[in-house]
Design a protein around this ligand. Structure first.
Ligand code: UT7
Length: 327
């Protein structure tokens, strides 16, 4: 039996501390102008540990907004997409289950970097479509501020911290429905974007450097994104039996404004079709799509066709076409 899947709620959360480009100028050989013109980013949000801000606190805030009045004990499934968890274990999803008192939910994390939210949403949808579960909460959250070398201008200017969440339910509504998806991976590009765990050796008896900072070959990731994402969206639109022109808006991973503009150009779309809030948040990795979706939800037409597209480390990339009706 193949059931449908409906979006019932959206939510997001970002830390209170704002770091502007001008703040980075104080200790990096960079300029606000360079960052703005090469990436579209003006500022980003960064967790303040002294305020107990972390992956769990942002996930909880986003999840509560997405759930609205839905009783947490009725949640069947929680998937948290994150590559920068507060703990390697227990999973953020299990900690969120406890924080929400969602005692009947099965909960696990999913690691697909900046594609994590799209991978999580599609994964959760499978359980609903095949009838296993009636509902699912999917959270995308990343706290890159903890894993950056803040003296490396090629990465530290890009990332910000945030969480975004969607709550989905089994439904056969024709107006709010997952139409098609495509997920892809290519492990041969793994070295181009990485955050490496370096464990202590048994003989050494101590851990000198448990984690390296984020490494990125920016040019390669840029080329990969502008080449693969337009093709992927065209493929998913084809699976959904629509043309790319019938997509009203694209909510793409927010990595660089120039990537969004290039995707629009390749698909012969006006730039405005690729929704963007990168100037305020930077690249929030697994959070960027649900954060933008939540932020733009009120301004979207009451009924429209959305494409989501994520890409990032792995390499991973994925897209979903969703028939959307405002709730
Ligand atoms: O979420 C995961 C996916 N991540 C991405 O999609 C990121 C994709 N990549 C990018 O967005 C871009 O490649 C970057 C924003 C990372 C870099 O932009 P770029 O236009 O590719 O710059 P570049 O690396 O080609 O560097 C151009 C110049 C270089 O100087 P020279 O060699 O021309 O003298 C860099 O050293 O800009 C210099 N540069 C900077 N200058 C000031 C690099 N970073 C900076 C900086 N401030 N922060």
């Amino acid at each position: 039996m193949n059931f449908g899947v409906e979006i019932k709620g959206l939510g997001s959360a970002s830390p209170s501390k704002i770091v502007c480009n001008e703040d980075l100028e104080q200790f990096l050989e960079t300029s606000s102008e360079w960052i703005k013109t090469r990436t579209g980013i003006s500022e980003r949000r960064v967790c303040d540990p002294s305020k107990q801000e972390n992956g769990l606190s942002l996930s909880l805030e986003a999840a509560k907004k997405a759930l609205g009045n839905f009783a947490p004990e009725k949640i069947d499934l929680i998937i948290v997409a994150t590559s920068t968890p507060d703990f390697l274990y227990p999973s953020t999803a299990c900690r969120l289950q406890e924080a929400l008192k969602a005692k009947n939910a099965v909960a696990f994390d999913l690691s697909a970097a900046c594609s994590g939210f799209v991978f999580g949403l599609v994964n959760a949808a499978q359980f609903l479509q095949n009838g296993t579960y009636k509902n699912a909460l999917i959270v995308g959250v990343d706290i890159h501020s903890r894993f950056l070398d803040w003296t490396d201008r090629s990465t530290s200017i890009l990332f910000g911290d945030a969480a975004g969440a969607v709550f989905i339910e089994r439904s056969d509504s024709e107006k709010n429905q997952l139409l098609a998806f495509n997920l892809r991976s290519d492990g041969s590009g793994g070295d181009d974007l990485s955050l490496k765990c370096v464990g202590g050796e048994y003989q050494a008896g101590k851990i000198e450097k448990p984690l390296e900072a984020v490494f990125m070959n920016g040019k390669k990731i840029y080329s990969f994104a502008i080449k693969t994402i337009p093709d992927l969206i065209a493929e998913v639109a084809h699976s959904a039996k629509i043309s790319t022109d019938e997509i009203d808006y694209l909510i793409c991973h927010q990595a660089n404004q120039r990537i969004l503009d290039s995707i629009a150009e390749k698909l012969n779309w006006p730039k405005e079709k690729c929704l963007s809030n990168i100037s305020k948040y930077g690249n929030t990795s697994a959070a960027s799509i649900p954060l933008a979706w939540d932020e733009f939800a009120e301004t979207l037409p009451k009924e429209c066709t959305l494409a989501l597209a994520g890409f990032g480390a792995g390499l991973t990339w994925g897209s979903v076409i969703w028939k959307w009706k405002a709730f």
